[in-house]
Design a protein around this ligand. Structure first.
Ligand code: FMN
Length: 208
């Protein structure tokens, strides 16, 4: 296991006494798992065909859950996840009333599931939004420029009008409160919860 540890963690471990090491081994594993979370989420948007590129985002509206697939656009240093959407979409409406959301990622080859319970923040900073907008390829911009709002009735799939002069693009930052990591493996499955208390991540192994 130690071969794969980041140098800093390995150095810390090397300097510890035996008694401390037992405790530290657990800590090191926890840190290593949190780093795995970070790496997999970064791979999700930076590596082609990584299964975390698409994930399920659940919101709540009047006590009713609603899920949809979205694209993972970026991971920020505090583990916040960035997504893009249309300002007129139902999820914006849901989040405006209740910012508590849940995001589910699944890696079928690794049998790895991440569940992130987060507080969603709709980004309103026009400079930031414009920055994201400029990096969206021209042919993908049409997702945000329909004349009618997403979810409106139409008589035929081809009957969608676009107005390139007006876009409804926005971005949402999902600020994690807890991250739950579950990996099915032999001999023991591995489940751990990371909780953000504002300054640091606290971890707790759980019965899978
Ligand atoms: C593969 C895939 C990727 C999608 N990515 C996004 C996305 O990044 N942002 C988005 O708003 N909708 C995305 N959608 C559409 C949503 O799943 C959903 O249908 C839409 O956002 C409307 O959801 P709402 O009415 O609950 O807001 C995607 C759908 C699929 C199938």
């Amino acid at each position: 296991m130690f071969m794969y540890l980041p140098c800093e963690i390995y150095k810390i471990l090397k300097n510890l006494t035996c008694v401390e090491s037992l405790y530290s081994l657990k800590k090191v594993l926890e840190l290593e798992l949190l780093e795995t979370v970070r790496r997999e989420l970064i791979n999700g948007y930076s590596k082609k065909r990584h299964p975390f590129r698409y994930f399920t985002l659940a919101t709540v509206n009047n006590g009713k859950p609603r899920q949809r697939t979205v694209v993972l656009r970026k991971l920020l240093p505090d583990f916040s996840v960035l997504i893009y959407t249309d300002q007129r979409s139902q999820k914006i409406n849901d989040i405006s009333k209740n910012p508590k959301v849940s995001a589910l990622f699944y890696h079928p080859k690794k049998l790895l599931q991440l569940r992130i319970d987060a507080t969603a923040e709709i980004i309103t900073d026009s400079v930031q939004l414009n920055n994201y907008w400029q990096n969206i390829p021209e042919n993908s911009r049409k997702d945000y420029i329909t004349v009618k709002a997403p979810g409106s009735d139409i008589s035929h799939p081809d009957h969608v009008d676009y107005d390139s002069e007006t876009n409804y693009f926005t971005a949402i930052r999902l600020i994690p409160n807890t991250i739950e990591y579950l990996q099915l493996q032999r001999p023991n499955h591995l489940r751990i919860r990371f909780e953000n208390n504002g300054n640091a991540w606290h971890s707790q192994f759980l019965v899978p």
